[in-house]
Write a protein of this length. Structure first.
Length: 258
């Protein structure tokens, strides 16, 4: 019985070797017979590579040899998104927690976590659309409500090689940390429920419109992509949308709370 099994195994192995030796030369011959790329094709590949490195528009999606979106671009954006999130949790929570009395440390940390959860839901539902969808110069439309149509394909208005879902996630991290920065002005002086209500209203009144005006392709103050912008603002790092909005809002809120 064992001899039969060994014989069958040897025959199968011999058949496999024979198959490989029969078809391998044919495959190699087909590869060798393939025509070399023309000068135009080489020029298109070089242009595509330059566009990939410089974050420019690709030459032709149908003939591109570089997968879309760019894996390097997406990977870098994901790392940056994680670092911005770490600035809020635990970074900002621990920073503001160290400025208050020990009995209120957990309160500050809970407020930071609550803001992260609340803003993430708002961003998924309507926030990304209000901030980055085409609309008026002051507020985006409803094209991306509930992240409809936001997938792996890049939104070429903002980036040629970054997936739109990755871009949305990256921008969400700034939407989370901006209202959390305001907490330092009212630490120990507002209840958790009041903070959540304030952040909800503030996102719709201040952040979403301001993010659209400064960063959106048709924004009122986008001096980078909107040639018809009334105010030619250039804000790559969030100085207007994040820091000025949170700083002035914190000042006003501290005056109101007293």
């Amino acid at each position: 019985m064992k001899m039969k099994r060994l014989t069958v195994l040897l025959l199968a192995l011999a058949a496999l070797v024979l198959t490989c030796t029969t078809f391998a030369p044919t495959a190699f011959a087909e590869e060798a017979a393939a025509a070399p790329p023309t000068a135009e094709e080489l020029a298109a590949r070089v242009a595509d590579l330059e566009a990939y490195i410089n974050n420019g528009a690709r030459t032709d999606d149908a003939t591109s040899k570089i997968m879309a979106p760019g894996p390097g671009h997406n990977g870098f954006m994901m790392v940056c998104a994680a670092l911005v999130l770490f600035m809020t949790m635990p970074g900002l929570a621990l920073f503001y927690g160290g400025l208050v009395r020990s009995k209120n440390i957990l309160s500050i940390m809970a407020q930071c976590m609550g803001i992260a959860g609340l803003v993430a839901i708002l961003w998924w539902a309507v926030g990304y659309s209000f901030a980055f969808a085409p609309g008026s110069p002051f507020l985006g439309g409803s094209d991306y409500f509930f992240l409809k149509g936001v997938g792996a394909a890049p939104n070429t208005t903002y980036a040629a090689w970054v997936s739109q879902d990755v871009f949305s996630m990256f921008q969400m991290m700034f939407a989370i940390i901006t209202p959390a920065l305001i907490l330092g002005a009212v630490a120990e002086r507002m209840k958790f429920s009041a903070i959540m209500a304030f952040v909800t209203a503030w996102m719709f009144i201040v952040y979403f419109p301001l993010a659209h005006m400064v960063w959106a392709g048709d924004g009122f103050m986008n001096g980078v992509w909107n040639a018809g912008a009334t105010i030619k603002a250039i804000d790559f790092a969030g100085g207007t949308v994040v820091h000025m909005s949170s700083g002035w809002s914190a000042l006003v809120l501290s005056v109101i709370v007293g």
